[in-house]
Write a protein that binds this ligand. Structure first.
Ligand code: G3P
Ligand code: CA
Length: 341
């Protein structure tokens, strides 16, 4: 090889290395409901732990109370993760559930939060049996304000810039009850200084209708621009997005695409035959980042096609080329990406 050709080859190698290290540096970890594999989901304690573990973004599911306060809670009901049925037995609806929207913030603040559970023969049965013990210690439902102040406070004291990743939960349910959850969320984000796409926030929703309202009406009315993520569940409801025309439509409103992870690597994959869909390529070609959910370590949660949690991460982050992942175990994903660097 002559010297000119050698220099060209070195240049290509250097550029390839630079590009791959750039894209690696951009791959993110989203703490799903905080470090929820270790502490009860959506408690300030779980969020502080996720922060300390080095997550890049920390997730908030947001719902509204009877007195229009924003709280961080995964379900629109309180009965899976609190003792509401013990403290307020008379407030149950006909369907047997206790809705956050029926309670004031002061009432919700009286509740004890625990690991998620279901009732079996009159007894509470923990959903993830190996996680933090049911009923141990003392936890509360946080407001969104408390949570933003926790993360921004830690950003000040540590000098980091960790992001938030709030989800507008069941927007149609809230609208039917006369509550504009999205506007309240966007106004709070603006009040806390999240005003441009350079700020570390992704606003996510499963509702394409709500995504359009946020993009076309609520953000312009607030005079700000934020990164938006279209969450994607089952193929039946969202399949129209899975081709060029559909993805182009999503990309008019969103900056990111958040599919259930089985839509990227087929659950029927086997160790010798990993079936990767073209969703990531399609999303990337339309300028969208891809952040699938949810990566868990609990028994039965790592699909059989992967030998380990880390192999699962390798398949998703590098074979399928996702940009980030929602995980209940942020320490393990942070460690995995650090080792790759
Ligand atoms: O928002 C991403 C992921 O959290 C979606 O699932 O049900 O845990 O909110 P869910
Ligand atoms: Ca969520």
């Amino acid at each position: 090889m002559n010297s000119r050709r050698a220099l060209q080859t070195l240049g290509v190698i250097a550029m390839t290395t630079l590009l791959s290290s750039q894209s690696l540096a951009q791959k993110i970890v989203v703490a799903h409901r905080g470090a929820s594999g270790y502490l009860p989901e959506h408690t300030l304690e779980a969020k502080a732990m996720a922060y300390a573990m080095g997550a890049d973004y920390i997730e908030q599911d947001v719902v509204m109370t009877a007195d229009d306060q924003l709280i961080v809670l995964h379900d629109i009901t309180l009965d899976r993760t609190t003792d509401v049925a013990d403290q307020f037995p008379g407030r149950v609806r006909d369907d047997g559930r206790f809705y956050a929207i029926d309670f004031t913030l002061a009432e919700i603040k009286q509740l004890n939060v625990s690991e998620g559970f279901r009732m079996e023969n009159g007894e509470k049965r923990q959903s993830f049996s190996q996680r933090f013990p049911l009923g141990a210690s003392s936890f509360r439902v946080p407001t969104l304000r408390e949570e933003i102040e926790l993360i921004q406070g830690l950003n000040k004291s540590t000098g980091k810039d960790i992001g938030i990743y709030p989800e507008v939960k069941s927007p149609a349910f809230h609208r039917a009850a006369g509550k504009d959850l999205s506007t309240a969320l966007i106004e709070m984000l603006k009040a806390y200084g999240y005003t441009s796409k350079a700020d570390k926030v992704f606003v996510q929703t499963f509702s394409f209708e709500e995504l359009k309202i946020i993009h076309d009406e609520i953000l312009p009315a607030a005079g700000i621009e934020l990164n938006l993520v279209q969450l994607v569940g089952d193929e039946e409801s969202y399949g129209w997005m899975f081709d060029e025309t559909g993805m182009q439509t999503v990309a008019r409103y969103a900056d990111g695409f958040g599919p259930e992870k089985g839509l990227i690597i087929d659950r029927d994959s086997t160790r010798g035959n990993i079936i990767i869909s073209d969703l990531v390529k399609l999303a990337h070609a339309n300028g969208l980042q891809v952040h699938p959910y949810t990566f868990r370590l609990d028994p039965g949660q790592v699909p059989d096609y992967a030998d380990s949690f880390e192999e699962l991460l390798e398949l998703f982050y590098f074979d399928a080329d996702i940009d980030g992942a929602f995980t209940d175990f942020p320490d393990r994903v942070v460690d995995f990406l650090r080792k790759k660097k």
